[in-house]
Design a protein around this ligand. Structure first.
Ligand code: MN
Length: 139
């Protein structure tokens, strides 16, 4: 049988887009992010706590990290500080995902080294606007 690879390969965008690591302890949220991000042409990695997030980031070097701040084992503030202390993550965009739109949390997130923050519940539109700014996917 002569099957053409084109019929089985995922769209080029799904293979070639920027890689986003979502560090998020809510499984439904991770699955939701994976669906919408892959549909938009990103590659997706998910980690369920701060320690796993650090390990996966170090191993896979994502193009952008979506960092939930309230996480088991190591919270998002500390994980961000530890990543920023490594030269290879000095310039990686890290977007904090805050549970509350409290100004104090947002200030702490920026102080820890996050480039920006988004507050739950957020709209897909607002999330994509931030991703377009920090790690645009080819459309
Ligand atoms: Mn959380």
């Amino acid at each position: 049988m002569n099957t053409t690879p084109d019929t089985v390969a995922p769209p080029a965008s799904a293979q070639d887009g920027p890689c986003i690591l979502a560090v998020e302890d809510n499984e439904e949220m991770r699955e939701f992010l994976q669906r919408i991000l892959e549909r938009r042409g990103y590659r997706f990695l998910g980690a369920s706590d701060g320690v796993d997030g650090m390990e996966l980031a170090t191993e896979r070097r994502p193009d952008l990290i979506l960092m939930d701040l309230a996480l088991p084992t190591l919270d998002g503030y500390e994980a961000t500080r530890l990543l920023r202390a490594k030269p290879e993550f000095a310039a990686t965009p890290i977007i904090a995902v805050t549970a509350h739109a409290r100004a104090i949390d947002q200030a702490r997130a920026l102080e820890a080294g996050c480039n920006a923050y988004i507050s739950k519940p957020y709209s897909i539109h607002d999330l994509f606007a931030l991703l377009d700014q920090f790690a645009p996917a080819a459309q």
